[in-house]
Design a protein around this ligand. Structure first.
Ligand code: ATP
Ligand code: MG
Length: 558
């Protein structure tokens, strides 16, 4: 799927309308993360959507940090988010902004509202404000401080800014309508007092704008045409429009879409943060995390993410995407580009008794057998002692088990037919080694007598094997909807205790020695694996990206 063929959607239809009726003559979007955590795949969808629209219409895309809450925001997150947006391909050129760039302007606008009698300083406590607010069925009540004079409000707001009052003692509120059916209009708080150091403005400010006061105006300042956000902001749109209208400034158009949710996944920064802080995973970039960092380390590429975003599209209705679909898109991408290799994860020694002990043969095997246009070959060494997968041998095989068993003949991928003659076991009965004989005439996979074998298994030459660690992942949660829990429980009860298995005795074909961190391979018959950053010289670490079995494709009607 190329950019030019991106399918239409309701957002594009709206934009087309705006361009046709002259409301806007260009498209300018933005991605506005709050730097209070690492980005997840839901954010990726938003980035790709916003950046994709800017590209499709020859417009521009801004990256803006919504850094209005100094208590939760950190430089670490700013740096990580910047890198992640870049990795996804989002290009903001020279337009990297911060809501904090606009603190002075937002402050001036607050004064403008006060001077017009549209904002006031309130001394109620947060709890009282909540009580006065009313409910969805009952109107709120006016604060006793609502009718302060403009002069008093200007004076108090100035003194709030000067740091005269403690945190939480006063707020600035818009004076709109305490009986409005839309709760957001019930005199929303615009500023609170917070004596906290900000990652960018330091101690310059001790009053901070609320998100609602900062967001729409920041879009306006940047000349954003289409301010795309998730559905929970639908009820905030009329308030943003009220601010813009009452300030008499440029008006962007907000458009809401359904946030991405995926089965077996939690997708809120707050919950992801708990997983990290409470040690359920090994950091924000743990390959089991749905963070961009985690997915990247797991072997996802920007192309996978783009294909996924295009496959699921955008909609107005909340729904949950099946994780199998994500994995299907991932396999599709990897199948096309990942070179093949052989790797034995749980090794069992196999000796070919009639093969000369000092011989080494080199076999040429295709690296991209799935791609008819790509005839790249690689050489794998073969010798008398090899490793095979433990579960490719069974002493007493059940029906339909076509791999190696006593007396049975199978094909070693790309080389010879072998027959199992003998099984060596320890005192406890564990299989230590299997001894086989090979048919020298079966080189290349056929024999003069044309006999067929049913099983083909992979292998690695023992003397040439690269020792490796492989981390095998399962879903992080055992339930499709991890958030669905009893009142006295939380989502962590649904964590899968077996989501990580570390295999430390893996044997890989020697060609993998030159693999770089981030390179992906298909270990034949096993799945896709990516070289991890924890690799050291001489001891690579690979992560399982995804297995080969495509359950999504199987579920779809033919
Ligand atoms: P979370 O709820 O996960 O903490 P957030 O919405 O608080 O996320 P922000 O940093 O405020 O995080 O989000 C930045 C942008 O990403 C917003 O425009 C928001 O609408 C969008 N976004 C966040 N989560 C999703 C999601 N699951 N699907 C699509 N877009 C999302
Ligand atoms: Mg948010």
């Amino acid at each position: 799927m190329s950019e030019t063929s991106t399918p239409s959607n309701f957002i594009r239809t709206l934009i087309d309308g705006h361009l046709a009726d002259g409301r806007y003559d260009h498209v300018h979007t933005r991605f506005p993360p709050e730097p209070n955590g690492y980005l997840h795949i839901g954010h990726a969808k938003s980035i790709l959507l916003n950046y994709g629209l800017a590209q499709a219409y020859g417009g521009q895309f801004n990256l803006r940090f919504d850094d209005t809450n100094p208590l939760k925001e950190e430089q670490e997150f700013i740096d990580a988010i910047t890198a992640d947006v870049k990795w996804l391909g989002g290009d903001w050129e020279d337009r990297l902004f911060y809501a904090s760039d606009y603190f002075e302007q937002l402050y001036q606008w607050a004064i403008q509202l006060i001077k017009e009698g549209k904002a006031y300083v309130d001394d109620l406590t947060a709890e009282e404000i909540r009580q006065y607010r009313g409910t969805l069925t009952e109107p709120g009540q006016n604060s006793p401080y609502r009718d302060r004079s403009i002069e008093e409000n200007l004076d108090l707001f100035e003194r709030m800014k000067q740091g005269e009052f403690p945190d939480g003692s006063r707020v600035l509120r818009a004076k709109i309508d305490m009986a409005a059916p839309n709760m957001n209009f019930r005199d929303p708080v615009l500023y609170r007092i917070l004596h906290a150091e900000h990652p960018r403005t330091g101690n310059e400010w001790c009053i901070y704008p609320m998100y609602d006061w900062a967001h729409g105006q920041s879009d306006s300042i940047e000349g954003i045409t289409h301010s795309i956000c998730t559905l929970e902001f639908e009820d905030h749109r009329p308030l943003y429009e009220w601010f813009i209208e009452n300030l008499g400034i440029y008006a962007p158009q907000q458009i809401e879409f359904a946030r991405l949710a995926i089965t077996y996944t939690v997708m809120s920064k707050r919950k992801l943060r708990r997983l990290v802080e409470e040690g359920y995973v090994n950091g924000w970039d743990d390959p089991r995390m749905p963070t961009i960092r985690g997915l990247r380390r797991r072997g996802y590429t920007p192309e996978t993410m783009r294909n996924f975003a295009e496959t699921i599209g955008v909609s107005k209705a909340n729904s949950i995407v099946d994780i199998e679909l994500l994995e299907h898109v991932l396999r599709d991408d990897l199948n096309r580009r990942a070179p093949r290799a052989m790797g034995v994860l749980r090794p069992l020694k196999l000796t070919i008794t009639n093969y000369p002990s000092d011989a080494i043969e080199e076999f040429e095997v295709p690296t991209h057998p799935q791609d008819k246009e790509n005839d790249e070959m690689r050489v794998v060494p073969f010798s008398r002692e090899i490793y095979i997968e433990q579960d490719d041998f069974m002493e007493e095989p059940p029906g339909k088990y076509y791999r190696l068993a006593p007396g049975r003949e199978v094909r070693l991928l790309g080389t010879y037919y072998i027959t199992c003659d003998e099984v060596l076991k320890d005192e406890a009965g564990n299989v230590l080694e299997v001894r086989c004989s090979y048919d020298p005439e079966s080189r290349g996979g056929t024999t003069p007598d044309g006999r067929k074998v049913k099983g083909t298994i992979h292998w690695v030459s023992a003397a040439h094997a690269l020792d490796a660690e492989v981390r095998v992942y399962d879903r992080l949660f055992t339930q499709p909807n991890p958030d669905n829990v009893a009142d006295d429980e939380d989502f962590t009860v649904n964590l899968n205790p077996n989501s990580l298995e570390v295999l430390t005795h893996c044997k890989l074909e020697p060609n993998l020695e030159t693999a770089q961190v981030g390179d992906s391979f298909q270990f034949m018959r096993q799945g896709y694996f990516v070289k991890d950053q924890d690799s050291t010289d001489g001891r690579p670490v690979f992560n399982l990206t995804v297995g080969l079995r495509d359950t999504w494709a199987k579920m779809q009607p033919k």
